[in-house]
Design a protein around this ligand. Sequence first.
Ligand code: UDP
Ligand code: MG
Length: 312
Amino acid sequence: MNKLEIVVPCYNEEDILEYTINELQIVLDIMVEDSLISESSGICFVNDGSTDNTQKIIDDACKIDDRFSCVKLAGNYGHQKALLAGMYSVDADMVVTIDADLQDDPNAIIEMVKKYREGYEVVYGVRENRNSDTFFKKYTALGFYKIMQMLGIKIVYNHADFRLMSKNAIERLKEYNEKSVFLRALIPLLGLNSCNVYYDRFERLAGESKYPFLKMLSFAWCGFVGFSNFPLRIITVAGGVLFSLSIISLISFLALYFSDHYVSKYIFMILAFALFSGTILLALGIIGEYIDKIFTEVKARPRYQIEKMINV
Ligand code: UDP
Ligand code: MG
C-alpha cells in the first residue's frame, strides 16, 4: 500500500549529503505518521561515480537505517542516467526523484504524494521563482524553455527533474529505449494523468553545481536534437529558397543579357555561386531528412500508449 521511494542522484555531494539525508528522513517520517505512505518506504541514493566521500556517507546511512538503499554506478554516467538507474532499481508504488543539493523544497514531496493519492500518475515539481539563480542561469534557462515551446516540444515550464511517477509511469518509461536520455521531454509523451506542484527554489547550500556551462549547453542541445528535427529542416528550407531564387535570377539575367541590355558578368558569377551553394544546401538537407528518419527508427520509441483496456 502506497510505498514511496525517493531517488537521489549523487555526484561528489559529500559537502551536503548528510544534511540531505536528515531532511529527507524528516519528510519521510512526517508522511508515514500521516499515513500517506507505507512504513516500508525509503530513500535510494544513486552514486553516479563520485570520487569523494559520497559513498562512505551513503554506506554509513544504509548501516544505520535499512530504509536507505544505494545504487552505485560503475562510473559517471550523468544525471539523467543516474535517475533512470534509480527509478528502475527500486520497487515501489511511486517514486520521487530529487537532486541531492535540496535546491528543490523536499516538503513539496508531501504535496506530490497527496496528488498521487488523488489519482495523478505523474506530478511535476515546478519552480515558482528563480530568485536563487544567477542572472545568466535564469535567462538561459527561460530562453531554453521558450525555444523548446516554439519547436513544439511538450515540456513543463520551469520544471526540472523533481517529480513523482507512479509504478505504471515507470513501466511505460522503460519502453523508451533511446540512449541519450532527456527525461523532461520524454515524460509528457507517456500520455498519463499529470499535474503540477509549485515550490520555491533555494540556493545550493553547499558544494558546487555539477552542471557547468558547457555541460548545461550540451544537455540543452540533447533536448533539441532528440525531440525536434527543426535544425535539419532549416537546411532543407534554406537550400530550397536559395536554389529557387538563384534559378529565377539566372533566368532574368539571361533574358536581359540576350535582349542586348548591359549586365555585368560579375552578377553572373555571383548568381552561379548562389545556385551552386543552394544546390549543395538542398542536397545536404535531403540527406538530413533521411538521417532524421533513421534517427527516429534507431530511437525505437513506442508508437503509442494505451490509456485503458476493458474486457481484453
Ligand atoms: N549529478 C549526477 N551526475 C552528474 C552530475 C550531477 O548524478 O554527472 C547529480 C548531482 O549530484 C545533483 C543533481 O544531479 O544531485 C543535479 O546536479 P546540480 O545540482 O549540480 O545541477 P544544477 O542544479 O546546478 O543544475
Ligand atoms: Mg542543483
